[in-house]
Design a protein around this ligand. Structure first.
Ligand code: SF4
Length: 236
């Protein structure tokens, strides 16, 4: 059993770290021990970890992210046992590697074997592990929600936007119902629905996506636990 530490730098954010939640699901499938932490924790730093994953977000979090990577370097036997992924990591991969010598994952983990050569799982397709959120005291604001995607990528190519570098292929439709049901089966019903899509309006299947959302119980005026349910279209 490997010991895996998942780290999100201590920047403020309202969306739970979906990538780390899927990586957690992957490692638990492999029988590994997984611990999640937000920021720099001296006790966890003193431990030894077989692998540490560090999430990244916006490029203006460069300093806090690099400080976090450097903080955990003594906790692994080699910098190559620290895997850094996410938005900033994809955009500034060469710079991060040059500064820290860690392994940078560019874009999505959407092919088998990207974390362990020869493994058959596709991490990006796994049901996120919500249980890691109880490892920390931080409140994201949107954690009582089904987190999912109805599309991936974006068909546009705006010069200022990073989406095409992170998700280069536009996928018009992903089965939202399947994702929500899988989360509900393991972690119980959630209050809200958060779509992490970049540009859901560009989908040829937009009407089908809206039907899926309605069928899942997110219609106008829908309530759960006495509160109105929300659908958060992250960026679309
Ligand atoms: S996600 Fe928005 S900003 Fe980015 S390429 Fe698509 S339309 Fe342009």
């Amino acid at each position: 059993m490997r010991r895996i530490l998942l780290v999100e730098p201590s920047y403020k954010n309202k969306y739970p770290p979906l990538g780390l939640m899927k990586i957690s699901a992957y490692h638990k499938l492999k029988g590994d021990f997984v611990q999640f932490v937000k920021g720099c924790d001296p006790a966890l730093r003193r431990n030894r970890w077989d692998r540490i994953y560090i999430a990244t977000l916006f490029t203006f979090y460069w300093k806090i992210t690099l400080d976090t990577i450097r903080y955990y370097l003594p906790s692994v036997t080699s910098p190559k046992n620290i895997f850094v992924g996410g938005v900033m990591a994809t955009l500034l991969a060469n710079e991060i590697e040059k500064e820290t010598n860690v392994k940078v994952i560019r874009g999505l983990i959407d092919q088998p074997g990207m974390l362990d050569p020869g493994d058959r799982h596709i991490v990006d397709a796994l049901t996120p592990d919500y249980s890691i959120l109880t490892d920390i005291n931080y409140e994201y604001g949107l954690e009582d929600a089904y987190l999912g995607y109805a599309t991936r990528g974006c068909p546009n190519n705006c010069a200022f936007c990073a989406v095409n570098r992170i998700e280069p292929e536009f996928v018009h439709y992903l089965p939202l119902k399947k994702q929500v049901k899988a989360i509900e089966e393991i972690y119980g019903p959630k209050q809200d629905l958060v779509l992490m899509d970049n540009n859901v309006l560009a989908s040829e299947n937009f009407e089908e996506i809206i039907k899926d959302i309605l069928d899942l119980g997110f219609y106008r005026g829908a309530k759960f636990n006495g509160r109105l349910r929300r659908v958060d279209f992250n960026q679309g």
